[in-house]
Design a protein around this ligand. Structure first.
Ligand code: APR
Ligand code: ZN
Length: 359
């Protein structure tokens, strides 16, 4: 039995409980978590903005050590340090074939099959296939990425979502070049990772926007060159900070229609907005037909930073070793499993960076 944070149903509070984990079957890997980050997507899965199959163990940003492997697993061995991949690619579907594994048609397959149980036998589903809010988990082999040397196992957890997503948004999706201007909306774990990635790309200026004025210091520490408190005038403020032009690139890391619209309006004619946040299905964004033509901007989303974790985790590890990527700076609160509800409250009130459950 291992301890885990259970979401019985959407809208209910998390409950700490013991769960029964099976030994890993064919193709499965059992992992002892070192740490798991609390992402806004976990909050969205509890509130119903996103809808998990329940009862579910959430947590999709994690790192740990392989405990045991099932039949046929060749990629990792017991004792190996790994990062969890919440969007593992099958390698066989149409979109994997096109070289876009972040859009794999089967990436959520694991989350709709039970993987563990309560002591009374009730089946449990793994949130995003990972179920990292637990001392141990069992995942498919393609959901573990070997952690390269030189990256501390605990802080490596944030590579698994915030950093793969934020770095990938900048380098894989938007392909920001040195000297281009960037504006980032929303400075949680994801937005802060975007700031660091923009700094690595050599972007300038790097404008950070958040509704919470408390985020200024954190933003500057992650590479922002200017900070703006979000209001209706934000696009104007961004134009002022970019010689009247608007930014070459905007990144939306909130997950709301209104911030997608503000991000789009903050870019120059021909600029590019990359939506990283995940919003609700009834939250609409609108553009007039004329402005779509006139501004000739690009609006695009990215999924998991358009990353292929197999290729990108080693790149991120190299940035960490070289001192360009600061994982520790992202982590502002170290908590235990029972601290997740408070971490959700901090998120909802715009405080801090990433909260990390340390086991
Ligand atoms: N304008 C600017 N910033 C805003 C606004 C707004 N209108 N509303 C909220 N924010 C800020 C919050 O103050 C907070 O700093 O957005 C930030 C969101 O941070 P987190 O809640 O920590 O979210 P994070 O885990 O970074 O995820 C961001 O990416 O993966 C998705 O589902 C995730 O949509 C979410 C987004
Ligand atoms: Zn996440």
């Amino acid at each position: 039995m291992v301890r885990a944070a259970l979401l019985p149903a959407v809208g209910e509070p998390l409950r700490l409980t013991e769960i029964v984990l099976p030994e890993p079957g064919p193709g499965k890997v059992r992992v002892k978590l070192a740490a798991a980050g609390v992402c806004h997507s976990d909050l969205s899965l509890t509130t119903g903005v996103l809808r998990p199959t329940t009862p579910v163990i959430l947590g999709h940003e994690g790192a740990g050590t392989v405990v045991s492997v099932g039949e046929g697993v060749t990629g990792v061995r017991p004792g190996d340090p790994v990062v969890l991949n919440w969007a593992p690619a099958c390698g066989r579907c149409h979109l994997c074939g096109l070289g876009e594994p972040w859009l794999c048609e089967n990436q959520y397959a694991a989350s709709v099959e039970t993987y563990a149980a309560l002591p009374d036998g009730t089946g449990l589903y793994p949130g995003l296939g990972a179920a990292a809010f637990a001392e141990e988990t069992v995942v498919n082999e393609n959901a573990v990425i070997p952690l390269p040397e030189g990256v501390p196992l605990t802080s490596a957890a944030v590579l698994g979502c915030a950093v793969l997503t934020g770095y990938g948004a900048v380098h894989n999706a938007a392909r920001v070049r040195a000297g281009e201007s960037v504006v980032v909306f929303g400075l949680g774990g994801v937005g802060l990772a975007v700031l660091q990635a923009a700094r690595i790309a050599g972007a300038a200026p790097i404008i950070a926007v958040d509704v919470s004025p408390e985020k200024e210091e954190l933003a500057l520490r992650h590479g922002a060159t200017a900070f703006v408190v979000a209001d209706e005038q934000t696009p104007k403020a961004v134009r002022r900070l970019t010689d009247g032009n608007g930014a070459d690139h905007a990144f939306e890391c909130v997950g709301r229609g209104s911030t997608i619209r503000a991000a789009w309006s903050s870019t120059r004619r021909g600029g590019r907005t990359t939506v990283v946040g995940i919003g609700g299905k009834d939250d609409l964004v609108s553009f007039s037909a004329l402005e779509v033509f006139h501004f000739a901007r690009t609006l695009t989303a990215c999924c998991y930073g358009n990353s292929d974790p197999v290729k990108d985790i080693p790149v991120l590890a190299e940035h960490v070793r070289a001192g360009r990527l600061d994982l520790e700076a992202l982590i502002t609160d170290r908590i235990t499993l029972d601290g997740i509800p408070d971490a959700f409250l901090r998120m909802a009130s715009g405080q801090g960076g990433r909260s990390l459950v340390v086991f």
